[in-house]
Design a protein around this ligand. Structure first.
Ligand code: SF4
Ligand code: SF4
Length: 289
């Protein structure tokens, strides 16, 4: 069983368009939406939820009324998560790493580490394959942990059902969820665009994929909006031995199809659809080898 993660250094490069159309064209596969902070693969795939579970993230410290405001916990919290304003101890749950030091040193046992629900994850059926996806609560942390959770579920299903491929729509950016979506996969496909910010973000995400030593392909989306920048990206890839596997033309039909919740490959004669189909054909032999 092979796994491919489709990533981009930033949002809005067409990553999910490519991922969703790959999912539509593939066979014997499972899909994962690893963009747990802003999942949107479900918009096109219209999943029917078969199983829903709570995501319990890492523990955070909670102070009770026994606190005598001695200030020891504030002094010792190395994550600067505790403040002692107006004699009330407050824990900043976004900064708390759940290390347990405050619970250990509190002289009156006024602190406990508690775990809480931070989101949900789902196993769903779609017209094309099973989809494992998730929703992280607003302001909840640990999206990397949630990505690992959905990937583990997808792997279990794939082994159980003898699937040959997992297609992962990765998170944008270069943070924890991206790292969690790349860890242990066979291939990374970077979707980039020929703008200055696109080039800069592409180089960052390439370094992340390089760290994991993953075989990496690159595709320039909307390549024809700036041919010079497209060539800059492709020359950079050639100098680093990164395989440029395709270009996708700018195509006004893409946002129109999305607005109608349709796949661009439902319109195989449109320029972007032709390029995405071609891209998939090129990569397909690697995926099922
Ligand atoms: S160590 Fe315990 S008693 Fe002291 S301020 Fe912190 S919570 Fe309150
Ligand atoms: S558990 Fe650790 S990180 Fe969280 S408030 Fe206590 S000492 Fe700070």
């Amino acid at each position: 069983m092979k796994q491919i993660t489709i990533i981009s250094g930033k949002g809005g490069t067409g990553k999910t368009t490519v991922a969703s159309n790959f999912i539509k064209m593939a066979h014997d596969h499972i899909a994962v939406d690893a963009d747990v902070d802003a999942a949107n693969l479900h918009i096109l795939l219209s999943p029917q939820i078969e199983n829903r579970e709570d995501f319990i993230g890492g523990a955070v410290a909670v102070v009770d009324e026994n606190c005598i405001s001695c200030g020891k916990c504030e002094e010792l919290c190395r994550f600067d998560a505790i403040s002692n304003s107006t004699e009330n101890i407050k824990i900043d749950t976004l900064k708390c790493e759940g290390c347990g030091v405050c619970e250990y040193i509190c002289p009156v046992n006024a602190i406990t580490l508690q775990k809480g629900k931070q989101g949900e994850y789902y196993t769903s059926s779609t017209k094309y394959c099973k989809l494992v996806h998730a929703r992280l609560d607003p302001a909840a942390e640990n999206s990397g942990l949630l990505v690992t959770r959905v990937r583990n579920i997808a792997e279990d299903i794939a082994y159980r059902e003898n699937k040959k491929l997992i297609i992962i729509d990765g998170a944008p950016g270069i943070g924890c969820p991206v790292i969690a979506s790349l860890n242990g996969v066979d291939y990374a496909l970077i979707i980039t665009e020929p703008t200055l910010s696109g080039i800069s973000d592409f180089k960052k995400i390439y370094e992340v994929a390089g760290f994991f030593n993953i075989r990496t392909f690159v595709c320039v989306n909307k390549f024809d909006i700036n041919i010079e920048n497209t060539e800059l990206i492709e020359n950079f890839c050639n100098s680093k031995n990164i395989e440029v596997i395709g270009r996708i033309a700018y195509d006004e039909n893409v946002p129109k199809a999305l607005a109608r919740k349709e796949f661009i490959t439902d319109y195989p004669d449109s320029p972007a659809a032709k390029d995405i189909i071609q891209l998939y054909k090129k990569i397909e032999t690697q995926l099922y080898n």
